[in-house]
Unconditional design. Structure first.
Length: 371
């Protein structure tokens, strides 16, 4: 279901725009419809009140909690039931953050991400995306939303941007605290850059992982055919247009993308750019041949990039004690009758998700101050 369908259903009940805005605002913020300064019976038309309970019951079923998996670091991974029996995942993060899913499955097929193992199963509607936020808000406050869960947001643009627009207005989430994460797609950059001035413009996180086009294509086999140079150029245009720095994600794989040549490539690509590089040591899995470099090696790389003028953060992986990384909760539930093989830990850690949302604000402020 899309948000526009909820708007139309309310209009069919006799709601005017001001009534629709109230209903959507309270829903997105997980507040009771009886709340607010004016009681529903003093504000909403009778026809709307008579049909609202049935509509809200339907909307409440868009995202239901199937299971919750709290982590020792304060994160909580949620398996969320969708209509039609499908499931997706959301992650509540420390410091009021939330990671949401935009698709069931994924078509990109990143070699170390469980989400894409079965390909794309279906799109998640804009109302279902907002419903993930509303569900999370029944458990704790949510002030940041990152689109880093299951799916590739650029492959579901209409729904993702419709959800972002509602969350950044009636949902009471700051625009810089809405983070659109993508492997990169020319269509997504075109849409984001052409958003009207009165539309919500999210911050942007880009999965880079290599400065070598042929290696990146192997790691992200079905991503749009953009070279690393093209990806960074498009990101820089958006960063300068919005005043939000680009977050670049780099999963460190021993012997694959942790070489001195790759570090030199990062300097070449990002020097002078409005950007932050996140180095994320890979989480090893017995079923896969990938290995992570030692923490000392990863720290040395981060220090080296800093000395070369690249703002770099080395990220600890968080929330792994519940073994519930992106795609794993869903896979475990699906695999119960079949006992499948162990699955990969996700591409992006909970610590990185937190960092993306947390670091945009001070970097943007510094840019506005001329820093």
């Amino acid at each position: 279901m899309r948000i526009k369908h909820i708007r139309q259903r309310l209009a069919d009940l006799g709601a005017k725009p001001v009534h629709i805005q109230r209903v959507l605002r309270l829903w997105a913020q997980a507040l009771p419809q009886e709340g607010g300064k004016r009681r529903p019976e003093d504000f909403l038309p009778q026809s709307v009140r008579e049909g609202l309970d049935a509509l809200l019951a339907e909307v409440g079923g868009l995202a239901t909690l199937r299971s919750a998996h709290p982590g020792a670091d304060g994160s909580e991974r949620l398996l969320v039931g969708l209509s039609g029996g499908q499931t997706c995942e959301s992650v509540l993060l420390p410091r009021d953050g939330l990671c949401v899913s935009s698709q069931v499955g994924c078509a990109v097929g990143c070699v170390f991400c469980m989400t894409g193992q079965d390909g794309l199963l279906r799109q998640i509607g804009s109302a279902e995306i907002v419903a993930q936020v509303a569900l999370a808000r029944t458990r704790r406050p949510v002030k940041k939303v990152v689109f880093m869960g299951m799916g590739e947001p650029s492959h579901n643009l209409d729904n993702v941007l419709e959800a972002i627009d509602l969350l950044g207005t009636l949902g009471n989430i700051g625009h810089k605290n809405l983070v659109f994460s993508t492997v990169g797609d020319p269509r997504a950059f075109e849409r984001l850059l052409s958003l009207p001035a009165d539309r919500v413009k999210p911050a942007l996180a880009l999965s880079l992982h290599s400065t070598r086009a042929e290696l990146r294509a192997r790691l992200l086999p079905r991503a749009a055919p953009m070279t690393p140079e093209e990806l960074v150029d498009a990101g820089e245009r958006y960063a300068r247009a919005t005043g939000y720095p680009i977050q670049y994600q780099w999963t460190l794989l021993e012997g694959i993308n942790d070489s001195e040549a790759e570090m030199e490539g990062i300097v070449r690509l990002l020097h002078g750019k409005y950007a932050l590089m996140n180095l994320i040591p890979y989480n090893e899995v017995d079923a896969l041949d990938f290995k992570r470099p030692s923490w000392e090696r990863a720290a040395e790389m981060a220090r080296w990039l800093h000395r070369r003028g690249i703002l770099t953060k080395l990220r600890h992986s968080a929330g792994q004690d519940v073994d519930g990384g992106c795609g794993q909760l869903r896979a475990r539930e699906s695999a119960r009758p079949a006992h499948r093989k162990p699955v990969p830990i996700p591409l992006v850690s909970a610590d990185t998700l937190r960092a993306v949302a947390d670091s945009v604000q001070p970097l943007a402020d510094r840019a506005r101050e001329g820093g």
